[in-house]
Design a protein around this ligand. Structure first.
Ligand SMILES: [Zn+2]
Length: 55
């Protein structure tokens, strides 16, 4: 099963042990992607909210 990178359109194959919510990196553009769904296999750009804002 495969999905397209929402950023660059590269085809990304689903790994057997992937789970919903898992983060992976597009091998083509390097964007961090989140697994939204396994059937069908859907990917979305991961939210960039890991930075600590200080206060
Ligand atoms: Zn990509």
């Amino acid at each position: 099963m495969k999905a397209d990178c929402p950023v660059c359109g590269a085809t990304i194959s689903r790994q057997i042990d992937m789970v919903v919510g898992e983060l992976l990196e597009c091998t083509d553009c390097g964007t961090e992607l989140e697994v939204l769904s396994l059937t069908p296999f859907v990917l979305a750009e991961a939210p960039q909210e890991e930075e600590d804002w200080g206060e």
